[in-house]
Design a protein around this ligand. Sequence first.
Ligand SMILES: Cc1cc2nc3c(=O)[nH]c(=O)nc-3n(C[C@H](O)[C@H](O)[C@H](O)COP(=O)(O)OP(=O)(O)OC[C@H]3O[C@@H](n4cnc5c(N)ncnc54)[C@H](O)[C@@H]3O)c2cc1C
Length: 391
Amino acid sequence: MPEVVVVGAGIVGLSTAFHLAGLGVRDVTVVERRHIGAGASGKSGAIIRTHYSNEPETRLALEGLTFFRSFRERVGVDCRFDETGFLVFADPENHEALEANLGIQRSLGIPARIIGPEELRDIDPSVSVEDGAVIGYDPSAGVVDGMAACNAFATALHRLGVRIQLETTVTSIRHTGGRVTGVTTTAGDLDTDRVVIAPGGWAHALLRPLGFDLPMIPATSRIAVFRWPHDRDPRHPVAIDHRNGLWLRPIFGEHTLLGAERGVRREVEAPDHFDETIDQPYVELCREQLARRYPVMRHAVGRGGWTGLVMRSIDSRPIIGPFAGYEGLVGLVGDSGTSFKTAPAVGRALAELVTTGTSEFDITPFHASRFDGGGSWVDPTETSTAASISR
Ligand SMILES: Cc1cc2nc3c(=O)[nH]c(=O)nc-3n(C[C@H](O)[C@H](O)[C@H](O)COP(=O)(O)OP(=O)(O)OC[C@H]3O[C@@H](n4cnc5c(N)ncnc54)[C@H](O)[C@@H]3O)c2cc1C
């Protein structure tokens, strides 16, 4: 009987198992329906920024940034953190809101600030702000190789004696008298009184039979990759552009990976059958939006792209914590396309929660109970940041 069963070998499940081992709990089984990184994690942009419109998310992201920066020392294998810096472009009318959000970062020691067009030219000479966008900048943010991070955790877990059972689906969570008793899988039953779920876009299949119909929906998140033309400057911070509805990062050396989100239909009926590819209209949309902010990229060569699956909650924030009425059951669901960067913090919080019943991180704002009575989480300053584009 494993001490803990973790459902899902994405970055959150793997991080949780890693932190459980760090707390001395090594009799852990990670159960994964396909393979490492089969969900959003393997498709992620893996931008590691701390720019949010509230303190709880900023704190989780800061812990993530700190962890990814020292990943090799902690995990034993590299995840290729690259400190690119982070730019955010906001509407001029959101100047104050942007300043307030940068202020949250500064209050936690993050060197984020508003910059002007002149300074921007030194940071990324290929950007145009002729539209009058207000510019926020954080030099400490960056990117990782998302699959390298997942694989690194998996390698470390093997070393630590944690089992990872691939190609096995958890079909139900068993319980009796308000307490978890195990899981049923396609390879048989596993008895345990502690289960952590990190099932990404497939969460409803596990939670609805337990009576949880949380306000979240599986949705696609698409990206396209473009090779730089000769005149794209190699200085290339990651960026979120709220004016043009896009986010982007450098990748694969001399390529830009971007997601254009405006006007793109996203809901997915059957998570097992979503299409992993992108179509030509999406490539054209990405190129057009990209060229608005980076005019030289009008002549960028398309190099394909892919579609991933996320679980979007109605307030675009993850649901983290215990599941009321089922002692021993905790997890992260409704990742909302923004939970790669926070996975080190969330994994630690879930590991602490399932072993001691409490966590050093205050994750109460993320509890599912925020939706009780039709509520949801809205920040007064989110117009310029996280709500319209997650990442
Ligand atoms: C295109 C794209 C770009 C993104 N960019 C960023 C970014 O720049 N920064 C950022 O922070 N976030 C980003 N995200 C979001 C981030 O990748 C996700 O929030 C994060 O990876 C979620 O991790 P997870 O482990 O919770 O879920 P997932 O990675 O989806 O993993 C869930 C796993 O559980 C398995 N599973 C599900 N149900 C079962 C079951 N019943 N039994 C067994 N296994 C099961 C699945 O097969 C899957 O492998 C992006 C996402 C996408 C798709």
